[in-house]
Design a protein around this ligand. Structure first.
Ligand code: GTP
Ligand code: ZN
Length: 185
C-alpha cells in the first residue's frame, strides 16, 4: 500500500536535495502528483495475478496459445527509472485456458512494482503455472532500460531480452522455435 504522505515528504526532500525551490509554481504540487503516480505505477504491489487468471474456460484442443506484443512499463529497482517494451506469453493448455486479457493483466500486476526484468519474466511464468497447470509455458520480454539509455552507460537502442521456459517448452526445441518464429512474424 503506497503511503501517500511519506512519498510526498520524500519528494519534497528530493527536490530540496537537488537545490530546487519546492514552493515555486511549477513544483508546489509535484509531491502530490508523484504520490498519486506512485499509486498507479506501483499498484501491482497490492495485487497477485491469481485472481485474474482464475477466469478459465475448458478446452478440448491443447495446442499452443500465444499472446504477443503486450506492451508493458515497469520501474527498474536499482535506479527507479522506467524500463518498457513487449511481453510475449505462450502456454500449452492442459484442458483449460484463461481469458486472453488476463495474460496482459498478469503482466501489469508484476510490472507495476520496482523490478528487474529477469524477476518480472519469472513471476509471469510462475503465475501461469500456478493457475493453469499447463503442459508448458514460455515467456519472453524485450525491453529498453532508460537507466542504460539516458544515463550511465548511455546506449540508446540497446534492448534486453529475457526468457523463461517451463515444461514442454523446456524440453522441446521445436516448440521453442515455433514460439520464436511466431513472435518474429
Ligand atoms: N540484471 C539486471 N540488471 C539491471 C536491470 N535494470 C538495471 N540493471 C543494472 O543494475 C546495475 C546496477 O549497477 P550499480 O553498479 O550498482 O549501479 P550504477 O553505478 O548506477 O551502474 P551503471 O548503470 O553501470 O552506471 C546496472 O548494471 C544496471 O544496468 C535489470 O532489469 N536486470
Ligand atoms: Zn536501472
Amino acid at each position: 500500500m503506497v503511503d501517500k504522505q511519506k512519498v510526498e515528504q520524500a519528494i519534497r526532500l528530493l527536490l530540496e536535495g537537488i537545490g530546487e525551490d519546492t514552493e515555486r509554481e511549477g513544483l508546489k504540487d509535484t509531491p502530490d502528483r508523484i504520490a498519486r503516480m506512485c499509486m498507479e505505477i506501483y499498484g501491482g504491489l497490492d495485487e497477485e495475478a491469481d485472481q485474474h487468471l482464475a477466469k478459465q474456460f475448458k478446452v478440448e484442443n491443447n495446442e499452443m496459445v500465444l499472446e504477443k506484443d503486450i506492451t508493458f512499463y515497469s520501474m527498474c529497482e536499482h535506479h527507479l527509472m522506467p524500463f518498457y517494451g513487449k511481453a510475449h506469453i505462450a502456454y500449452i493448455p492442459n484442458g483449460r485456458v484463461t481469458g486472453l486479457s488476463k495474460l496482459a493483466r498478469t503482466v501489469d500486476v508484476y510490472a507495476r512494482r520496482p523490478q528487474i526484468q529477469e524477476r518480472l519474466t519469472v513471476q509471469i511464468a510462475d503465475a501461469l503455472e500456478r493457475a493453469l497447470n499447463p503442459r508448458g509455458v514460455m515467456v519472453m520480454l524485450e525491453a529498453e532500460h532508460t537507466c542504460m539509455t539516458m544515463r550511465g552507460i548511455k546506449k540508446p537502442g540497446s534492448k534486453t531480452i529475457t526468457t523463461v521456459t517451463r515444461g514442454d517448452f523446456k524440453t522441446d526445441r521445436e516448440l521453442q522455435k515455433q514460439f520464436l518464429s511466431m513472435v518474429k512474424d
